[in-house]
Design a binder for this molecule. Structure first.
Ligand SMILES: *Cc1c(COP(=O)(O)O)cnc(C)c1O
Length: 463
């Protein structure tokens, strides 16, 4: 399996190189040269299998012959053994045709653990084999950092620098990062927004000298292995609800569009997905895009679902690339223009193709809070603000074919203040994380300046 860049100016690479690189050297994103597919019989065969086995099958389809299948299965077993639920991603019914897929039973209580736990094992495996030491720099809107730190702390062949926007993530989110005591982890509070952090990471990667000096790598949702790992729960959820014999729809709380794009990937692999409802908070770039056919940036507003406070959804470039029939020159033109002008007019045929699968819905803060209350009253489930954005979008989509699965992306206890303010009930941290508030914190504070942060990364990597 070869991976090509959406911008067409980087050579094709194998799975291992695509994973280690994260972003392609031409600034594009890696996608497989062709989509691997499963037959309906193979998909039906996933029913009742342990999550780790389905994960090994789906991720294995992308790894090809670069990772030994038995070793991949072992890594998947270890990764998903860190989860606190035997199903790994259990379904909970909330209405006659609606279900929550609980993605938050991992160590940092958010869905990013699902991908990060396997990614960290893949990295350690590959780097160990190559006798290489890499430095991972990631920008986090709250949950990626915690998941990355949980997954990578103490690993021999990797150092991690996690950049988070100061004051814009919850205390619990911050503590999942800053409580790590291992020397291979550094956390930085950046005086800016998540988009600033993400832009700094992009610019850091564009510095070829630094990239080589510290063997830089990225685990943000641009990393294709994360997308592959996220496609897995679309399969397990849909199969549990009758796929491939009937189509299933999904409602996905979205920020960087990685999670929703993974649903598109599952459908390209043969899973019958009817609709993907892309649910955003008031940072509605994706909702507007799927409504209007124009991808236009606006100013980031802080919300109670901070992991989705994003106004440039990096994975959208992958969907655009598919929409323009994999035309790399057009994709490069569009996203280079977006970087400067903040605007892309989607060609009509590409937009029609996107609309066949995606619908965008933006949910305001009051509606999010009311949905937490209503869900508690109607179902007894205490949901977090990100999940509530998804459930609110579900309620506004009565015409979407069921069964429909809302991806529940975080445990309510990750956002205790806002959940309590909305519904009067304070969610409790599950066992294992209960002592989090008592652990000492360790992090540095830096201005949102690329050069300052690049110098920090170099010093940390070389220490
Ligand atoms: C990251 C995150 C999202 C958004 O996922 P994307 O892949 O960036 O669209 C939603 N909810 C939570 C809790 C998250 O951590």
């Amino acid at each position: 399996m070869r991976y090509i860049s959406t911008r067409g100016q980087a050579p094709a690479v194998g799975f291992v190189d695509a994973v280690l690189a994260g972003l392609a050297p031409d600034g594009g994103l890696y996608v497989p040269e062709t989509w691997p597919t499963f037959t309906p019989e193979e998909i039906a065969g996933f029913a009742g299998r342990p999550y780790a086995e389905v994960a090994a099958a789906v991720i294995g389809a992308f790894a090809g012959d670069e990772i030994e299948p038995a070793e991949l299965l072992e890594m998947c077993r270890e990764a998903y053994a860190t989860f606190n639920h035997p199903a790994v991603v259990p379904l909970v019914q909330i209405a006659p045709h609606a279900f929550l897929a609980e993605l938050f039973h991992g160590p940092s209580l958010a869905f990013k653990d699902v991908a990060m736990q396997i990614l960290a094992r893949l990295y350690d495996h590959i780097l160990g084999r190559q006798q290489r030491l890499q430095t991972i720099v990631c920008a986090t809107s709250g949950d990626t950092g915690g998941a990355a730190v949980e997954a990578f702390r103490g690993r021999k062949n990797v150092k991690v620098v996690a950049l988070f926007p100061e004051g814009r993530i919850s205390e619990v989110q911050r503590r999942f990062m800053t409580a790590a005591t291992e020397a291979n982890v550094a956390c930085v509070a950046v005086q800016g927004t998540f988009d600033d952090c993400q832009a700094i990471v992009k610019q850091t990667f564009q510095d070829k000298v630094l990239r080589q000096a510290v063997d830089l790598s990225g685990v943000n949702s641009i990393n294709f292995a994360r997308i592959a790992a996220q496609a897995v729960y679309y399969f397990t959820s849909a199969v549990a609800l009758g796929a491939p014999h009937r189509p299933v729809s999904f409602c996905v709380p979205s920020g960087n569009f990685g999670d929703a794009f993974a649903g598109y990937v599952a459908s390209r692999m043969g899973l019958p997905v009817a609709k993907i409802v892309v649910a955003t908070n008031s940072n509605d770039i994706l909702a507007r895009t799927f409504q209007e056919g124009r991808y236009t940036r606006s100013v980031v507003q802080p919300t109670i679902s901070p992991a989705m406070d994003i106004q440039s959804a990096s994975n959208f470039e992958r969907l655009y690339f598919e929409g323009v029939e994999r035309e790399p020159v057009e994709t490069a033109r569009a996203f280079e223009a977006f970087a400067t002008a903040g605007l892309i007019d989607i060609p009509p045929t590409a937009f029609a193709a996107m609309k066949a699968m995606f619908r965008g819905i933006a949910v305001g803060e009051d509606e999010t809070r009311r949905t937490i209350v209503a869900t508690l009253n109607e179902t007894g489930e205490l949901i977090d603000p990100h999940t509530a954005v998804g459930v609110a979008a579900l309620k506004r989509s009565p015409d979407v074919e069921g069964p429909i699965v809302v991806l529940s992306t975080a445990h309510a206890a990750k956002f205790p203040e806002d959940v309590a303010k909305a519904c009067g009930v304070t969610p409790e941290l599950p066992r294992g994380a209960a002592d989090l508030a008592g652990r000492p914190e360790r992090y540095d504070r830096l201005p949102a300046e690329t050069e300052t942060i690049k110098a920090y990364v170099r010093a940390f990597a070389e220490a």
